[in-house]
Design a protein around this ligand. Structure first.
Ligand code: HEC
Length: 147
């Protein structure tokens, strides 16, 4: 191998190694892996779609939209909603909802995948949710609830 070629091969492998070690902040801007999107879509179709509808538009007054939902800005709140369920009054894109979402019966990796899918679908602005983030929320426990 020519030295120049060797050097670029070396650089490439360093770049790959760094990508594997990327921090959560870096992951937030990266495109999600195809396998994660696929798994997320599968879960969305078989579970979330029943209420939030095929295009994430929800049902006015009953199920809030996931498409361009301003609620998605608070990632921790979103993870908490899925892990522990969500009920009571919430405001999404200026409209009030007062329904009940049961806890989603999925493990950390699956919840991370479906949320990553939601953040990268329906015209939403992207972002990645990791299994570690879901695990941390689960571990912290439901807010206001005695353990
Ligand atoms: C049984 C119906 C039902 C299912 C299934 C369901 N949700 Fe929900 N979801 C709701 C309701 C109802 C609310 C609003 C709860 C409230 O008013 O307090 C909600 C709220 C939300 C919110 C916060 C508000 C918003 O629109 O941004 C997100 C995010 C969300 N759901 C995501 C999901 C995802 C992802 C899944 C699948 C893993 C899912 N939901 C499955 C009924 C459901």
């Amino acid at each position: 191998m020519k030295p120049a070629l060797l050097a670029s091969a070396l650089l490439l492998s360093i770049a790959c190694a760094q990508e594997l070690q990327s921090t959560p902040a870096q992951q937030a801007t990266a495109a999600p892996p195809a396998a994660v999107m696929q798994r997320g879509q599968q879960i969305y179709q078989s579970y979330c779609k029943t209420c939030h509808q095929a295009n994430g538009q929800g049902i006015p007054g009953v199920y809030p939209p996931l498409a361009k939902s301003d609620y998605l800005k608070d990632k921790q709140a979103v993870i908490r909603a899925l892990v522990f369920g969500l009920s009571g009054k919430i405001v999404v894109n200026g409209k009030t909802y007062n329904g009940v979402m049961p806890p989603a019966p999925y493990n950390d990796a699956d919840l991370a995948a479906v949320l990553t899918y939601v953040y990268n679908s329906f015209g939403n602005s992207g972002g990645i949710v990791t299994a570690q983030e879901v695990a941390a929320v689960r571990k912290a426990g439901k807010p206001g609830q005695k353990k």
